[in-house]
Design a protein. Structure first.
Length: 204
């Protein structure tokens, strides 16, 4: 059971896996993507400044925000999911487009991680997530590259069965030591011994 957020960023997904118990929320112009994919959201949230398509689905609950606001539309959509009790968020259409909005969405990942909430940003070729004091296991089906960036002043990381392994290596937010590691058709794992680490997977 997860909350799926569809935003208005760069979006090339041809399919979004959805189960019956999932909550679907469109953030403003994300409604256009959902409509093109024939996905009917439960909620539409935002100031609707990027919506040109008429909203004709009367049973979609619309929450219109003032255009002068502190929160982004995706953040407002996530608040709806949190109020409904969801603890896992898959965010599509939150990458690409304007760089400041992508960065804002990464900050949202950090905000949720501190609250113990799982949140992931997806697009067609990328998966973005923040890890904290945990072990992440990838099965041997993963292909492509993974980059790790310390999201705290320092983080200590071990990596096993990627192209470049590390053992209790310190990453800092001042130098990109963890960029462009590669999956090598083996089950692999990343251990975050301490600190917050931003992970960006670029799939092949």
């Amino acid at each position: 059971m997860k909350c799926i957020i569809i935003g208005a960023g760069t979006f090339n997904e041809k399919n979004i896996p959805i189960s019956k118990k999932d909550l679907i929320i469109c953030a403003d112009g994300g409604y256009i993507y959902a409509k093109n994919l024939k996905i009917k959201p439960h909620y539409l949230v935002g100031d609707f400044d990027s919506l040109e398509t008429p909203i004709i689905d009367d049973d979609i609950i619309q929450i219109k925000a003032n255009s002068i606001k502190d929160e982004t539309d995706i953040y407002l959509a996530i608040q709806v999911g949190l109020e409904k009790g969801y603890k896992e968020f898959y965010i599509y259409g939150g990458l690409g487009g304007r760089l400041e909005h992508t960065f804002a969405n990464i900050q949202i990942l950090f905000n949720l991680k501190e609250k113990g909430i799982k949140a992931i940003l997806f697009n067609e070729n990328q998966i973005v997530e923040i890890y904290h004091n945990e072990t992440i296991i990838f099965d041997d089906s993963y292909k492509g590259y993974i980059s790790l960036f310390s999201y705290s002043p320092t983080s200590t990381v071990s990596i096993k069965n990627l192209k470049y392994d590390l053992e209790n290596k310190e990453l800092t937010y001042m130098f990109p030591l963890g960029i462009d590691n590669e999956f090598i058709n083996k089950e692999s794992n990343i251990i975050i011994h301490n600190g917050y680490v931003l992970s960006i997977i670029n799939k092949k």
